[in-house]
Ligand binder design. Sequence first.
Ligand code: SAH
Length: 345
Amino acid sequence: MKTDIKSLSLSELKAEMENMGEKSFKAKQIYSWLHKRGAESFDEMTDISKKLRENLENSYDIYNCSIEKKLVSMYDNTVKYLFRLHDGELIESVVMKYKYGYTICVSSQVGCKMGCRFCASGIAGFVRNLNVSEILSQIYTAQRDLDIRISHIVMMGVGEPLDNFDNVIKFLSMISDENGLNIGMRNISLSTCGVVTGIYKLLEKKLQLTLSISLHAPNDEIRSRTMPVNDRWNIDELLKACRDYTKETSRRISFEYAMIDGVNDSDECARELASRLKGMLCHVNLIPVNSVKERNFRKSNDKQIESFIKILEAKGINVTVRRTLGSDINASCGQLRRGENNQDN
Ligand code: SAH
């Protein structure tokens, strides 16, 4: 089997070139083609000799994301991609335009094991982890297709990034490397449903990225009803990991909270949430839950969201409501892939 060349770090590629009897500077040239210019074939590498290109072709594969479907929102130009991978699996990415630049939301796995009740990503179960190259390629393909420069990344697509830990860490190191796209850690957010062991492993890496926690409930009773991961690590354990994370990195934690009508949106829930987060360096991001066909959750009404915000603010908690982008193109996680797989059935 051929080696997945786009998943190799620059030093790994240098070692490979030396083994092939090539000069190590060739590695830098190839790396730059793959990671700076987003080359999708060896033929594009015009300053590499034909002979070497042939040798590369024989030993390596370049795994790309091919665009299976592309939806552009009429309202805000949000673009949602359904990408096909080399083995036929489908993943999703979304590109959003903000005042400060373009942000891409990338997937980390095909499907998801976590089974959050309100989420479309896990309905069809887990298939496999994404390789490093497949996480990178989502960004390279989108940049190329839209002819833009992406400046911010959120790991909030399909999958649980901390459940694909090693590949995600290698992806982070390659995307922030000056020999690649050189996107700074401070422009990257990683979201987890609360894999506490993963948070501690991440903490040891001392990265300056923003850690987002999908909290979605103020107590274990509600959280366990909506998020099975809570039975493995409860809210106390999760918040302790968050405090430790901040202590180590000085980074503010971002808590995601999907507002679900009648489930987690009462004034009582807001008070309970405020008291649990008291004293933490954090921010709460409220998201009116997106309805998913297979689930019967409804989003909270505006009045209840207003009331929830007021209570949190009165307790000194920093809170915002996430702006909805791409609402006409099912831009939220797992929805497009889910729709496509259903059509196949
Ligand atoms: N597995 C990671 C990464 C996915 S991020 C995590 O759970 O954090 C995607 C974010 O969207 C998470 O906060 C997730 O809980 C949230 N989400 C999933 N389904 C949603 C829905 N129907 N409406 C609003 N937010 C949802």
